[in-house]
Design a protein around this ligand. Structure first.
Ligand code: ADP
Ligand code: MG
Length: 685
């Protein structure tokens, strides 16, 4: 890298800050935009405020200095082209004096201002035209002007012209040596340029159409690799066969339903039907269950688990937090009271003796349903006959983690559940290997949650409301962004705030405390006291964000709401409005930025999880929204899952067809297989 002319050790270091370590990285450093400088303007026709490229000769050059503490200098060159003169002015760039000697031919690009004596460009981009005796220099003529020029992302110490020049020099060394991952047939069919052309054109296109074609091709490559990864995973599922057979009789169906204290909604019934079909099929299920917060996913999962258990198989449900594991344990224990089903809890905080005992029971098939946090993924956890795996709140887990748990089973059926509604094109991408069931209906009798945005001045009124609700036997969550007060962030912290409330506004009501740094037993006790009503106000952090289900809770206060993401606020809001009483979310905020304001307004405007997700996607962009980093899928650098949906659909179709023809990626897909291996190796985490 550092041996490329114009790079050297220093610059190589600087480039590494941009993630550029090799010549290939350099030519894959796609410009953020292009500037069409193919048209030059005669100097005589320049006008004020124009952004223009002119070509001419330096006719005179002046250098002035200003004294004072730190001396300043101005260099002014006058450039003429026969149609007029323009001044180019540079502050504190004394080296320009050597660059712009009289008689030098130059091309300038910049914005024009109008001065008393005519047009001026301040700090324009300058290209000096070599006299043609130095062939290498002559070749680089017209790199920065007189054409469509690339504008690259830069790092400190590498100016835009330098970057352009080193990319230019790197191109011929690399592009023809790179293996083109696209199978020829596919490339011809989709009318894409070759990789070598695409890389040349993405930097130095002759026309904008060439640039666009190159960009499409490079984006398509990314999407294709992603889809091929998914297609292969899917194929793997499809070739597996379950060692057991499951039959769902009407009698079994009725027996399971009788365990729930409610009748399933139509949407739940449909999903249960889809799951039952999958369970009875010879191939393992891979299904995503989507449903907004409070739509009743737990019951659907429980139905599936009980089918497995009825066939003398084991089931497991894994949750992102201990509180949620605990809650599922309690819920299922209630449903199954008086039955023979044996349930156990596995969390990271259990003492080693208890843990060893539990694990031994799971391995010996003395446990039918194991509920736990990612402690369940751990190596020492062995199941005797794990056939049904549920991953709750999947967005908190990566794809690889999902796979790890699945591998503990015997070609296990897998149900992943998510409350984050994901637009269709994204589902296709992140869960391209999964079938999808949707609970698009809330249980009957729910009242929509009202969301109010408040400022500090509304606090007394908000507390009055809380006391009123508590007087009626209800509960209130009070969410703070921090556990403990910190020096750097002057924010309300749960621990201190709980004390404040106990001493002040909620003296006469019980105030509990719940946060992630508490011991398991303390968390359980706090949750229990809140459920029972002993402490009807629960000061907490976002640990309650996922899954917590206390139907009596009708108030949720969020402190510093501007510090939470939109999806997160929606999840938090899902903690209330779970019973039949009207509920209210009160957001105290101090939103200064337009983004923060947009988030809160979107939150107040709708309770529809799909709309929230779309809005979130719009505000944050797909990268962060999806958290591809933790999803375990390759990151997309160029393609955008929303705006490039058409390309995504094409790539998906092509990938699945290709994998059908060449499942091992050994023949026509060989080069693509190499690209996939490289991407997976480079995957973060
Ligand atoms: P989520 O989809 O957010 O995980 P839960 O499974 O926690 O939702 O269910 C939310 C609440 O709705 C729980 O209190 C549950 O008992 C209740 N519930 C679920 N299904 C029904 C139903 N069909 N009828 C009435 N209440 C239901
Ligand atoms: Mg849930």
């Amino acid at each position: 890298m550092q041996y490329l002319r114009g790079v050297g050790l220093e610059r190589a270091k600087k480039l590494s800050k941009l993630g550029i370590a090799t010549l290939e990285d350099l030519v894959r450093h796609v410009p953020r935009e292009h500037d069409d400088r193919s048209q030059t303007t005669p100097i005589g026709s320049l006008e004020a405020e124009m952004k223009a490229t002119v070509r001419g000769r330096v006719v005179s050059m002046r250098q002035r200095r200003f004294g004072g503490g730190r001396a300043k200098s101005v260099i002014t060159a006058t450039i003429g082209d026969g149609s007029g003169w323009v001044e180019a002015e540079f502050w504190n760039q004394r080296w320009r004096a050597d660059q712009l000697c009289d008689g030098t031919d130059v091309i300038l690009t910049g914005r024009v201002t109008w001065e008393r004596n005519g047009p001026r460009m301040t700090s324009p981009e300058v290209e000096t035209l070599a006299d043609g005796n130095d062939p290498e220099a002559a070749e680089e003529n017209l790199l920065h002007s007189g054409r469509i020029v690339p504008i690259h992302h830069l790092t400190q110490g590498i100016p835009v012209t330098r970057m352009r020049a080193i990319v230019w020099r790197a191109l011929p060394h690399v592009v023809d040596a790179l293996e083109d991952p696209l199978p020829d047939a596919l490339r011809t069919q989709r009318e894409f340029p070759s990789l070598a052309h695409a890389l040349r054109w993405i930097h130095f296109p002759h026309t904008m159409a060439e640039r666009d074609a190159a960009l499409q091709r490079l984006k398509y490559d990314e999407l294709l690799v992603l889809q091929v990864a998914l297609a292969r995973r899917r194929l793997r599922h499809e070739t597996e066969e379950k060692p057991h057979r499951i039959v769902v009789t009407q009698r079994l169906d009725e027996r399971i339903r009788a365990r729930f204290p409610f009748a399933l909604t139509n949407a739940q019934n449909r999903c249960v039907g889809e799951i039952a079909d999958d369970l009875t099929a010879p191939r393992p299920m891979n299904r995503l269950l989507q449903g907004d917060v409070g739509s009743g996913k737990t019951a659907v999962a429980a139905y599936g688990m009980l089918i497995a258990v009825a066939h003398k198989l084991q089931a497991a449900i894994v949750t992102p937090t201990e509180i949620l594991a605990e809650q599922h344990f309690t819920t299922l224990s209630t449903y199954l009271a008086g039955s023979q089903v044996r349930i156990e809890l596995v969390t990271g905080n259990q003492r080693s003796k208890k843990r060893r005992e539990t694990l031994a029971r799971i391995a010996a098939h003395d446990v039918d349903i194991a509920i736990g946090t990612h402690a369940l993924f751990q190596q020492d956890v062995e199941f005797a006959k794990l056939a049904f795996v549920v991953v709750d709140e999947q967005h908190k887990f990566g794809v690889l983690q999902r796979a790890a748990l699945r591998d503990k089973g015997i070609a296990a059926d897998m149900l992943v559940m998510s409350a984050t509604p994901i637009p269709r094109t994204l589902t296709m991408t992140l869960f391209g290997d999964l079938d999808v069931s949707v609970i698009d209906e809330l249980p009957p009798g729910r009242q929509p949650v009202q969301t109010v945005l408040c400022r500090e001045g509304d606090r007394r009124q908000a507390y009055d409301w809380v006391r009123r609700e508590i007087g009626r036997g209800r509960r209130a969550f009070h969410v703070c962004p921090l556990v403990e007060r910190s020096e750097e962030l002057p924010l309300r912290a749960a621990v201190d705030f709980a004390d404040e409330l106990r001493a002040g506004p909620f003296r006469s009501v019980g105030v509990g405390l719940l946060h992630g740094r508490m011991k398991s037993a303390e968390k359980d006790a706090a949750m229990e006291a809140f459920r029972s009503g002993a402490t009807p106000v629960l000061v907490c952090t976002s640990v309650v964000e996922v899954g917590v289900d206390v139907p009596e809770a009708t108030v949720l206060i969020v402190e510093h709401a501007e510090r939470f993401g939109l999806a997160q606020l929606h999840q938090l809001r899902g903690r209330i409005g779970r019973g039949r009483d009207a509920s209210r979310m009160i957001c105290f905020h101090n939103a200064h930025t337009p983004d923060a304001r947009a988030r809160l307004q979107a939150l107040a405007a709708t309770t529809d999880g799909f709309k929230i997700a779309e809005e979130d996607l719009r505000i944050r962009g797909p990268g962060e929204f999806l958290g591809t980093r933790q999803s375990g899928l390759p990151e997309l650098r160029l393609a955008n899952l929303i705006t490039d949906a058409t390309l995504l659909t094409q790539a998906r179709a092509d990938a699945f067809e290709l994998i059908e023809r060449d499942p091992g990626l050994r023949r026509e897909g060989a080069a693509l297989g190499h690209a996939l291996a490289r991407t997976l190796a480079a995957r973060p985490g």
